[in-house]
Design a protein around this ligand. Sequence first.
Ligand code: RNT
Ligand code: ZN
Length: 412
Amino acid sequence: MSYTEAKNKYAALGIDTDKAIEALKNVAISMHCWQGDDVIGFDTAGDLTGGIQATGNYPGRATTPEELMADIEKALSLIPGSHKINLHACYAIFEEGEWADRDALEPKHFKKWVEFAKKNNVGLDFNPTCFSHPKADGMTLSHPNKEIRDFWIKHCIASIRISEYFAEELGRPTVMNIWIPDGLKDIPADRLAPRARLKDSLDKIFATEYDKNKVIVTLESKVFGIGVESYTVGSSEFYISYSSKNNITPLMDNGHYHPTEFVSDKISSMLLFNEKVALHVSRPVRWDSDHVVLFDDETREIMKEIVRNDALSRVLIALDFFDASINRIAAWVIGMRNAQKALLYALLSPNAALAKMQDEGDYTSLMAVQEQVKTYPLGDVWDEFCKQMGVPSDAEWLSIVREYEKDVLLKR
Ligand code: RNT
Ligand code: ZN
């Protein structure tokens, strides 16, 4: 079917496909750099810790800043639109012979990333890295030892400075997300004290002056991690309460809830009580497994909640997954394009008409029309979007990744 035919088909439902395409052009998604190197970074030699894991051994992992930047550029060339790159503190780039520990990181250690962002016309987001470090042994901001807590408090404050630097250099706000791995494998004797210490550490971090127009700090909760199965200090209740009391933005990662809980169902409640809501769009498989984002029911449902609640400017969308078992650039491209495709699906839904059916109690029509639009020619509108944005179609991009794999990745 051609775009014109698709346009007419949607028009019969009262949907303007041109408008949907224009709206999608303006949505910037934060693409995580850590898919490119299995969350290793450049500042320490150790393994990935903190109860998260990238499984697989696909060849071509980026091991230097140059390689990671080249891979991100390749991915961006295959993703429609203009986006942001999400960095972690462990991606600091040091000069020959230079090194700084996490508590002493400075904007200068991220200068090359700013140059990269300017060159590629992308924004930057940031994350303190409170894992994969000798001082991140089980607990960080909630550690019983004050010295260790202070180290991570300093790291988070240093990260705020770096985020401010990004915002100043790039002229757009930086989202800075704090996630800590703190928790216990087995039954705690005291659930309160670590949470009280986390609260106190956060208070100390937020006692730092910073420009809230430049840096949007978000707090990411979690239900459990590998080796941290029984107790997570930074739980959902903890961060929702902390955020709302302190006017901070909460972040929901859809891999961080019990399997029958859905982030799509949580967004509306959060929108009613928060100016902004942040998301890590991921894909849980049985547990928090950070699989590549697909064009699946929950991704579509999340995007529907954002679009139909008119919240595109209030929901900060970032991706978070790490798959080392497939081509890493393909993982980025598939995840980003699927997030965008799900947004387009939401933009092409007859949302007002469906809401009216719900209010009028016409659940028969509601079900019938929701099912009807599922097989509408979304793909043709998507192809048109890709064409207008000057990127290859779904049928074309993989061969470009294969070429890069042969010429670059397999030679590493
Ligand atoms: C871990 C969190 C966190 C990390 C990244 C690397 O469970 O989801 O967001 O994945 O910070
Ligand atoms: Zn996450």
